[in-house]
Design a binder for this molecule. Structure first.
Ligand code: MN
Length: 261
């Protein structure tokens, strides 16, 4: 058990830091907007059950939200391509504690809000930083977390960055990645419904390969390109297509980026 003893010692000494990649969850949390024919996820709502109302009364709330509200986890069964694969309660916990690669395309996404990550971008990153981690997450930084406090800016009229269909297919089918994490409201680009080659390619290919999605992440700017370990805990909703999730990263302090762009 020396490994875990070392980890606990590192956490206590601050040489390993826990970075929260989760967006705060509130009534102001942006939710995706789809054409009416697709239905709409509920925004976060709460109703007070009691709030110290009488002597000895506790404070607690009922909450209402969708499986895909705020920072959340997409399970394979979310998409038609994964309909016979795992629902969120069947996701093996050992699969979602995993190393992470962080690709920073924030400059490209600032210049072009419809920027699509291409295979050559990932290959250029690999030439600089080494291979994608085995059975790891690809965390795709676009700078979109800087907009998350304002729903209009965050959703940007449906113009948000994503991944090109051929790149999504390659990542999902030909690498050992377990999933894709993004800062935007969904794993796919805002315009991905209209892609002719493959609409919503991240959902189609990743979920179809029994792989996962993570959305509305924050603080990716503090993570190194390689070396972080991501821990995420979707609720085991039986039959569920996904779940709001707390997403944490363990990072060695010497690797944490200060400031960030
Ligand atoms: Mn989702």
């Amino acid at each position: 058990m020396a490994l875990l003893t070392d980890l606990v010692a590192g956490l206590a000494a601050g040489s390993v830091e826990v970075i929260d990649l989760t967006a705060p969850l509130s009534e102001g949390t942006p939710v995706i907007r789809l054409p009416p024919s697709h239905g709409q996820p509920w925004p976060f709502e709460r109703q007070v059950i009691s709030r110290y109302d009488s002597a000895g009364e506790a404070y607690w709330n009922n909450i209402r939200l969708s499986e895909h509200t705020g920072t959340h986890f997409d399970a394979p069964v979310h998409w038609p391509s994964g309909r016979h694969l795992d629902d969120v309660s069947a996701v093996p916990p050992g699969r979602v504690v995993a190393p992470a690669a962080v690709l920073d395309c924030s400059a490209a996404a600032a210049a072009d809000h419809d920027f699509l990550l291409r295979r050559e971008d990932v290959e250029a990153w690999q030439a600089e930083h080494g291979p994608l981690p085995e059975r790891g997450w690809l965390l795709y930084r676009t700078g979109w977390d800087g907009r998350s406090g304002d729903a209009e800016q965050f959703l940007n009229g449906g113009h948000t960055p994503g991944v090109a269909p051929d790149c999504a297919r390659w990542l999902a089918q030909e690498t050992s990645l377990i999933g894709l994490g993004v800062e935007t409201v969904g794993t796919d680009a805002g315009q991905a419904m209209a892609f002719t080659e493959q609409p919503w390619p991240c959902h189609w290919y990743f979920q179809g390969a029994n792989k996962y999605g993570l959305t509305q992440l924050q603080n990716l700017k503090r993570l190194p390109p390689q070396g972080a370990v991501v821990i995420t805990g979707p609720l085991p909703i039986v039959g569920g297509s996904g779940s709001p999730a707390r997403v944490l990263a363990l990072v060695e302090r010497s690797q944490i980026k200060q400031g960030g762009e």
